[in-house]
Design a protein around this ligand. Structure first.
Ligand code: NAD
Length: 512
């Protein structure tokens, strides 16, 4: 039996580090000891394996082996049957051989029109590690994204699942927290392989989830098309399958997705930033910002803030970093990244109308707002020392390390923490779930109207907790949440989450 008391020192891991703020807030509000234990570790940690068959590939031949094939003539294959992958290899489909003129020796061929020689790697089954962590369901069904990425781990999913528990409470939507995914680089798979992997993942996941039990959504490496596949696999053959649409959110609007969902996380972040300016009697117009990550969250936040008159000065993503002191044309950059078939990695790198700078230079760009919207742990202590902004507005999950937080606080740089900053996604996921239950379809104006009201009012409650200014009006009440002293915004957000969750345990009691 584990008799460790919850206030004894913990072994430091990504998870225990991420839980620092939980313990700080729990201590401040004197969170009930048993509730603290319930929340300290996830309800369930599922780890399982999925296997898929990988297609035959043509992989670049190592240079050292090229000499003995120098006389090999060109082979002409139907280009339609070769799917390029990011590692320089091609997925080889049988139709490549239609009308082909191929010359192969020892499994090596020289592709006409492509530099170099390629070796045939026969198709084979491959095993991938998959996860679903269900952290807490005191307030409603588990809810959280599906991540396909090569750097995931149980510890990381525990962090992200717990974050969802806090986020759903802060957004005041009736869900708990979960997260899961597969340890895979999706860019190393063909579209058909990715589909097979996604279907197999849902096949294994099906007993664990459901529209009133656990509701996945997109995250890094997954999107609306992956949600469509998950939906089909979950509902296939079910007699009342239309009633099950709410099993995943973030679907395409044509199959039950909500208007405004794709932009919702960036939109929610923009509402928080607007509220930050409004508190100072100002607006984002004329302000400047830098951005890390130009995916769903980053590119949408950039477009929305651009529309509000803010100027994007620099962007870093997995491929590189670009800078224009006069401001980047956001729409043009979106077209360069997303509408350009030769930009396979969907990166801002190489954007011709900006200077290419190094990633570390990004943090030195003077601006009003810094938006991390990529992966976690990027704003470390040393990065926080370099930043020349007034506020960090977190779009990504956990982008600032605890040391980064301390440095930002010391330097007087303000913070919109992730659990409110990127809560727009889960809030509109909730709207999607309600629409699915009611078989309704709301307009984007209706969705955004509700989202703005929800994000701004919860942001104001967090600000009141942070400043210890309890207020009660006809539409706002922070009196129940303020704790009699000032705290930083991240702690304030956690206080709000814990008070809302604790109420369920206090008022409903514990099931035995
Ligand atoms: P995405 O896959 O669409 O985009 C990720 C972006 O990050 C890409 O531009 C990629 O190039 C960049 N990136 C990846 N690795 C990087 C690195 N090492 N350095 C710099 N840039 C890197 O993902 P997304 O949906 O935009 O999610 C981004 C973040 O926001 C994640 O932390 C995710 O958990 C969080 N988030 C997303 C949503 C949502 O609705 N999509 C909701 C809440 C939180």
């Amino acid at each position: 039996m584990n008799l460790r008391r919850s206030d004894e020192p913990r072994r430091s891991t990504v998870y225990t580090e991420a839980m620092e703020v939980f313990h700080r807030a729990a201590g401040l509000i004197g969170l009930d000891r048993r509730v603290r234990m319930e929340l300290e570790e996830p309800d369930y940690e599922h780890i399982f394996y999925v296997t898929v068959k990988l297609h035959t590939r043509l992989a670049p031949l190592p240079q050292a082996e090229e000499a003995k094939f120098s006389d090999l003539p060109d082979s002409e294959l139907l280009p339609d049957g070769l799917e390029p992958l990011l590692d320089g290899s091609f997925v080889f489909k049988r139709r490549a051989l239609i009308g082909a003129n191929a010359q192969m020796r020892d499994g090596v061929l020289r592709l006409k029109g492509k530099a170099g020689l390629y070796k045939v790697i026969p198709g084979r089954p491959e095993r991938f590690k998959a996860y679903r962590v269900q952290h807490n369901q005191a307030r409603g069904p588990y809810k959280g994204g599906i991540r396909f990425h090569q750097d995931v781990s149980l510890d990381l999913f525990k962090v992200l699942a717990a974050e969802m528990t806090w986020k759903t409470a802060i957004a005041d939507v009736p869900f708990g927290g979960a997260k899961g995914g597969i340890k895979v680089d999706p860019r190393s798979l063909s579209s058909e392989e990715l589909e097979a992997l996604t279907l197999r993942y849902m096949y294994r996941l099906k007993p664990l989830i459901g529209p009133d039990l656990d509701i996945p959504a997109p995250d890094v490496g997954t999107d609306a098309s992956v949600m469509g596949l998950l939906l089909r696999q979950y509902t296939d053959g079910e007699r009342e399958r239309h009633k099950l649409r709410g099993v995943v959110t973030g679907k395409d609007t044509r199959i039950g997705g909500s208007e405004g969902r794709v932009r919702a996380t960036g939109q929610g972040l923009a509402y928080c930033i607007q509220e930050w300016f409004a508190d100072r009697g100002s607006t984002p117009a004329g302000s400047t910002f830098i951005l890390q990550g130009f995916g769903n969250v980053g590119s949408n936040a950039a477009e929305i803030l651009g529309g509000l008159g803010a100027k994007l000065l620099a962007v870093n993503d997995a491929g590189g970093t670009i800078y224009d002191p006069n401001g980047l044309a956001v729409q043009d950059l979106v077209a360069y990244v997303y509408d350009n078939p030769s930009n396979l990695r969907r990166t801002v790198a190489g954007y011709p109308k900006a200077q290419q700078i190094s990633k570390t230079d990004l943090w030195d760009v003077p601006c009003d707002i810094c938006i991390p919207a990529a992966l976690g742990g990027e704003i470390t202590g040393p990065v926080a020392e370099r930043l020349k902004c007034k506020i960090v507005a977190e779009g990504a999950n956990g982008p600032t390390t605890p040391e980064g937080d301390r440095v930002l606080a010391k330097r007087g740089i303000e913070m919109i923490p992730d659990i409110i900053g990127n809560a727009g996604g889960v809030t509109v996921s909730y709207y999607e779930w309600i629409q699915n239950k009611r078989m309704e379809h709301w307009s984007e104006t209706e969705v955004n109207g509700r989202l703005e009201q929800a994000i701004k009012s919860n942001y104001r409650i967090i600000r009141d907790i942070s400043r210890n200014t309890p207020r009660r009006t006809a539409t706002h009440n922070s009196t129940r949440h303020c704790i009699g002293k000032e705290v930083d915004m991240r702690t304030a957000a956690m206080v709000l989450a814990l008070k809302r969750i604790e109420a369920h345990y206090q008022l409903e009691g514990f099931s035995q």
